[in-house]
Design a protein. Structure first.
Length: 280
């Protein structure tokens, strides 16, 4: 029997394929290791993960949260849409001597049973899936009643939120129904997504201190070469030198506006840390 996909199914498959390609571009494992190495531990501690917990890291990337959860003694599954990131995560796990399961999976259709996990978390991952409500429903579905859902997301008004907004005119328009990733960094948006499915909701803002770049232009060039969404934006306008130059200027100027350093560039990149307990 031949399966015939309707237009929405085909569009969804095409979008997910583009996301896989985008996150495989550049060198996201380097970004995760060099820019946000401690952020996963912040989320693991906020979720009070302990030995014996069954933990799912959704859109895990290279395992920034999955690895510290495994080091805490939890039984961890790390899932992501992009095989290249999972491969890098496996290599990191081997170097650390920890064991966890790595699964290729779509955050909008998780291949796990209802109530399978004690803790379901995502560190700067699930926020990039296009349909927020679908993802929120999936996170809750696979979490057991009384279990914990934990998220770290870039905020709309923070540096990465502004950067993604600056790049938006340079990339193809998202499909109908897709929502901007930094909305996950709004506490009001999270309350709307999870509605009455959670209780004991706690949210606070934090910031990653970024001080590895000597100049705003050095930051721009680093992200231009390594960060998937930025690499994809430049790829989309590769044949238009005037637009490339315009995006170059915008990203450098963005870093300059956020620079609080004196001798070198110093930036604070804001995120929202949110935890909640699934209602019984």
């Amino acid at each position: 029997m031949m399966t015939v996909l309707d237009d929405s199914d085909q569009a969804d498959k095409a979008l997910k394929a583009r996301h896989r390609v985008m996150w495989a571009m550049g060198d996201y494992p380097a970004v995760a290791a060099e820019i946000i190495p401690g952020l996963g531990r912040v989320l693991v501690e906020a979720c009070s993960i302990k030995e014996g917990d069954r933990v799912l890291d959704v859109a895990a990337g290279t395992g920034n949260a999955a690895l510290p959860a495994a080091l805490a003694g939890a039984e961890v599954v790390a899932c992501d849409l992009t095989p290249e990131l999972l491969r890098a995560g496996r290599e990191s796990a081997a170097r650390l001597g920890v064991t966890l399961e790595w699964r290729e999976a779509d955050a909008e259709a998780l291949p796990f049973a209802d109530a399978e996990f004690d803790v379901v978390l995502s560190c700067l991952g699930v926020m990039f899936a296009p349909r927020h409500q679908v993802c929120a429903d999936e996170l809750l579905r696979v979490c057991r009643p009384g279990g914990t859902v934990g998220l770290i997301s870039w905020t709309p008004a923070g540096f990465i939120g502004e950067m993604l907004a600056a790049m938006r005119p340079y990339v193809p328009a998202p499909p109908a129904g897709a929502q901007p990733p930094p909305l996950w960094g709004s506490a009001d948006h999270l309350l709307e997504l999870f509605a009455n499915g959670v209780e004991d909701v706690r949210a606070r803002r934090g910031a990653v201190t970024v001080d590895r770049f000597a100049t705003p232009e050095e930051f721009r060039d680093y992200f231009k070469e390594r960060y998937g969404p930025t690499v994809a934006a430049y790829s989309a306008i590769g044949g238009e030198p005037e637009r490339v130059a315009a995006l170059d200027r915008e990203l450098a100027e963005l870093a300059r506006r956020h620079d609080r350093g004196t001798e070198a560039t110093l930036m604070e990149w804001e995120y929202l840390l949110a935890t909640a307990r699934k209602r019984r």
